[in-house]
Design a protein around this ligand. Structure first.
Ligand SMILES: NC(=O)c1ccc[n+]([C@@H]2O[C@H](COP(=O)([O-])OP(=O)(O)OC[C@H]3O[C@@H](n4cnc5c(N)ncnc54)[C@H](OP(=O)(O)O)[C@@H]3O)[C@@H](O)[C@H]2O)c1
Length: 259
């Protein structure tokens, strides 16, 4: 989208979590095109091979990082690895998430914990690592979390997931206020339904053609969100053109939540 200025003569760095497939990979590619060197994470780094291959033509430096948001030591090691490799991180895209589709009546405490531990707690503590290193280095930065329309509207079988996403939206407002004086902007992008292919999504629930057709008919712009829609919004919020935007949630939903 926009070419990124070098900062102090140095190429800026973006860290995109969960970049094995769809949205994370598209965000990493867009930020590489914008001029960032790129750190990307997955729980299993071998899952990043395809994204690394796609990033190769960008001419940017690319660092694959192992990250498990379930584990605090892994969170700290991942941010330390980015700083050790590049000396800085200017943009964090919190994209990694765990999926849970289950009726509220059937969710077990372990399932609840597993979902919220990744989507809310781990995301908070990685964001804390980012804030700490930016503030220590006296550098401005931009933190963008990928949330969901399900953090704002009700949905069947999505309570733990939606509550985690709502928590990340509120986290972003809180940190936007706390860190504004340091020049750190904190925003979220909340996509509506995408039809992404991901090996992690084994279930076909919610992917049946009739279901998707009914869903699209409720979206004012009459189409699903695409990974490119998300990447364009992330690219915009990361860069200087969004320098007056913080504490906001950008709904990427074709007008769904405006109804
Ligand atoms: N797809 C949609 O329709 C949709 C709609 C709205 C919002 N979103 C949001 O968009 C983001 C990306 O969704 P997606 O469907 O593109 O994801 P995805 O294809 O399922 O990929 C998930 C990524 O997160 C990583 N990950 C999983 N568990 C993790 C953990 N415990 N710690 C760290 N990383 C972990 C995975 O690593 P491995 O490869 O190693 O497993 C993978 O790179 C998520 O925040 C999701 O909530 C998606």
């Amino acid at each position: 989208m926009q070419a990124t200025q070098q900062i102090d003569g140095v190429r800026p760095v973006a860290f995109v979590t969960g970049a094995s497939y769809g949205i994370g990979a598209a965000c990493a590619l867009a930020l590489a095109r914008d001029g960032y060197d790129i750190a990307i994470s997955a729980t299993r780094v071998e899952n990043l091979a395809n994204t690394i291959a796609r990033l190769k033509t960008s001419g940017r430096r690319v660092l694959p990082v192992a990250l498990d948001l379930n584990q605090q030591p892994s969170i700290e090691l991942a941010m330390a690895a980015v700083i050790a490799a590049f000396g800085r991180a200017d943009v964090l895209v919190n994209n990694a998430a765990a999926n849970l589709r289950k009726k509220a009546l059937d969710i077990t405490p372990d399932e609840w914990d597993a979902c919220l531990r990744v989507n809310l707690t781990g995301t908070f503590f990685l964001t804390q690592q980012m804030g700490r290193q930016l503030i220590a280095a006296k550098r401005p930065g931009s933190i963008i979390s990928i949330t969901s329309v399900q953090g704002v509207i009700g949905a069947d079988q999505r309570s733990a997931y939606g509550i985690g996403k709502a928590g990340v939206m509120q986290m972003s407002r809180m940190l936007a206020i706390e860190w504004a004086e340091h020049g750190i902007r904190v925003n979220t992008v909340a996509p509506g339904r995408l039809d992404t292919e991901s090996p992690s999504r084994k279930s076909t629930v919610g992917r049946e053609p009739d279901y998707l057709t009914a869903m699209i008919s409720k979206i004012p712009l009459h189409r699903l969100c695409t990974v490119e829609d998300v990447a364009a919004a992330v690219s915009y919020l990361a860069g200087g053109q969004a320098s007056y935007i913080t504490g906001q949630s950008l709904m990427l939903d074709g007008g769904l939540t405006a109804c």
